[in-house]
Design a binder for this molecule. Sequence first.
Ligand code: ATP
Ligand code: MG
Length: 590
Amino acid sequence: MPMPIRLSTLFLRTLREDPADAEVDSHKLLVRAGYIRRSAPGIFSWLPLGLMVKNRIEQIVREEMAAAGSQEVHFPALLPKEPYEATGRWEEYGDNIFRLKDRKEADYLLAPTHEEVFSLLVKDLYTSYKDLPLSIYQIQIKYRDEARPRAGLLRGREFVMKDAYSFDIDDAGLERSYQAQRDAYERIFKRLGLDYVIVKADAGAMGGSKSEEFLCPAEIGEDTFVRSSSGFAANVEAVRFEPSPEVDASDVPAAEVHDSPKTPTIQTLVDFSNKEHPRDGGWSAADTLKNVVLALVSPEGKRSLVIVGVPGDREVDQKRAEAWFSPNDVEQASEEDFANHKGLVKGYIGPTKGSKQFLGEKAESKIPYFVDPRVAKGSAWITGANENEKHVWNLTFGRDFDADGVADIAEVRAGDPAPDGSGPLELARGIEIGHVFQLGRKYAEALDLKVLDENGKLVTVTMGSYGVGVTRLVAVVAEQSHDDKGLIWPESIAPAQLHIIAAGKEESVFETAEQLASEAEELGLTVILDDRKASPGVKFADAELLGMPWVIVCGRGLEQGEVEMWQRATGERFAVKLESALAELTARRK
Ligand code: ATP
Ligand code: MG
């Protein structure tokens, strides 16, 4: 016999005030409603109601993983460093991993993700193509020493992830395994009632071939994505523009170096050009080529400089730069970098590959020079001449200067054409809730995961990895579904479907509420019963804050044989006869 969750005994303390450290609504409300409690930055304890929501999400994930043919396993969170050294991630993760030593001074880590140890277990047990395909997953705590553990459960340093891994003998198999996980993700997020988009993701450091992210559109999201009206969707990190086609430069005048005193910024340069070197139609920032000096820091900590020429009306996008130059970190060049490279003349840096006549003798030609894909062969620019207070006009790409390659790291702007020609892009922000990834053979190769194929030949296994942020989902649902009074859970994961309030002092009110609760449970509903000795006002406010989808108030109306029913999501409230209340609820839930 199920029992209602009784607020008189539940380990719960609701708060009227927002926690001081909370920036986003889901964080404020989950703490105020007594679902979670902060233990340390990015580390939370789970109270009974929060645990119920988390468990329900995990249950949905388990059901859909089973439907996708994936089997549940469980790995340790505490692992030795060796497997992560073999794949290079002990270093690549940098400060993001929690590292520790055992009593024998051996290195360990709290795993940020588990590709390595899943692969090793499969290697340990399986030897033949007949064993494959295989899909296994766990729901487990991950540790990442995030730089900015903000927004509560959205970015924890300890958080729960469902991570699945697939093992196949060939690319077609990997594609099927990937699709099975992708479909399962769609079902999971639909069951949670979430609004989400699937975007192309950057395959980046993991070196895989194909990757997509599931993002929930939200202003507070840390990911920016673009989409066109005809179906293109990508994380900005993963948008790749084709190099612009060559343009005819036969009419472009010869390049000329001029003095350009006090023009270290794009705006001062444009103003100067329009005054001192006017042309029909004038000059704008888009006519200038800004040469940005970046420092790449390798996973081993090696620092090297690159210069990237971008149209002067665009900024470099830090995340796109990190994705492009991954696995390196990308930093602005420091004063020290400039001091170490005397040829870099701040404010007047030009391309470093090309005609010395225009680009000076001292140009730092050893620093790799890349251009934005908008810099077409034959296009002409105003740009730095690598000499103090000098610029060069009509410097033409392919004619007067060259590059070591393309670097597609400039910001993407609303209205930019989609790379696949599907029209102008719009930008939005989102929260990543899931990630599906065709890893290919990189990890299997690093860890020597091979099986015998049909011909008795050893072949490397191809892998996929698939993550869902379980605890992040608790917050994302709260973020998408709340109002100024509190949380609004969808029935699929609410701690209880029905919240019954005994609003009054009379014994009969409490008896009626008890009776109604047990009848509701007989119908299969989960119930919270507010049987506390507290004022109706306190109980009403808590019902709204806690966020069960349906509320029935047993109060004054009982004198006329009526109760009040609320639907939390719509805000609708209406009186209904006590004896038909549950029938009415059943009808409305359909
Ligand atoms: P992000 O870009 O948000 O840092 P990620 O790309 O590093 O995430 P993955 O390694 O792809 O994350 O992890 C799979 C899923 O785990 C993510 O889609 C996300 O839902 C969740 N997740 C990742 N980092 C965190 C975190 N710090 N707190 C809570 N959930 C997280
Ligand atoms: Mg990801």
